[in-house]
Ligand binder design. Structure first.
Ligand code: ZN
Length: 180
């Protein structure tokens, strides 16, 4: 069920270059050995997979990120772009970024400061013109969100917040501690 056939000619050249660069040279790809948070997600539509590990420091900031996966170029580039954003962020900030990215992919217009928070990941917005690929772009982010929520529930169950009705864009497997 792999789908290599994404037509990149439809994307702006700059976007295309950034996405392909992250696909070919994924950032933070090394698996972390003793992560605080570990989660795994699958996009059944495309066969894409994403495994994410985070280590938090004593103050709850992301100290280390590991993202591995396989699948189409959009899903893998998206995981790499996301990984670059997470270092130094708190769990809450990482959740906010995930929400911003989801809104961008759902076609909601973001403000300039919101867009800036997404950094280079903003280039994936071009993908939203290809509805079948939106799930590919969202996979790593929704997988991350599941891991963050699992962590939050573990450390402070009473503080678990609903986010947008709790609906994910598509069913995700994983979030099982100790996967791998
Ligand atoms: Zn895909």
């Amino acid at each position: 069920m792999s789908s290599p056939g994404f037509d990149f000619s439809e994307l702006d050249e700059l976007y295309r270059e950034i996405i392909l660069d992250h696909y070919r040279r994924p950032r933070n790809a090394e698996r972390l050995q003793s992560p605080t948070i570990e989660t795994h997600g699958l996009n059944p539509f495309c066969g894409d997979e994403s495994s994410i590990q985070l280590t938090l420091d004593g103050e709850g900031h992301v100290a280390q990120v590991g993202v591995q996966g396989r699948g189409c170029s959009i899903s893998q580039a998206s995981g790499s772009l996301m990984s670059d954003l997470l270092k130094g962020k708190t769990v809450e900030e990482a959740e906010e970024l995930t929400e911003l990215f989801r809104r961008a992919m759902q076609g909601k217009d973001l403000s300039v400061p919101e867009r800036e928070r997404l950094g280079e990941a903003d280039v994936l917005e071009g993908v939203r013109r290809f509805p079948v690929r939106i799930k590919c772009a969202l996979l790593a982010w929704m997988t991350l969100l599941e891991g963050l929520e699992g962590h939050r529930a573990k450390v402070s169950p009473s503080l678990t917040l609903p986010h947008n009705g709790g609906e994910t864009a598509f069913p995700l497997e994983g979030g099982r501690p100790g996967w791998g």
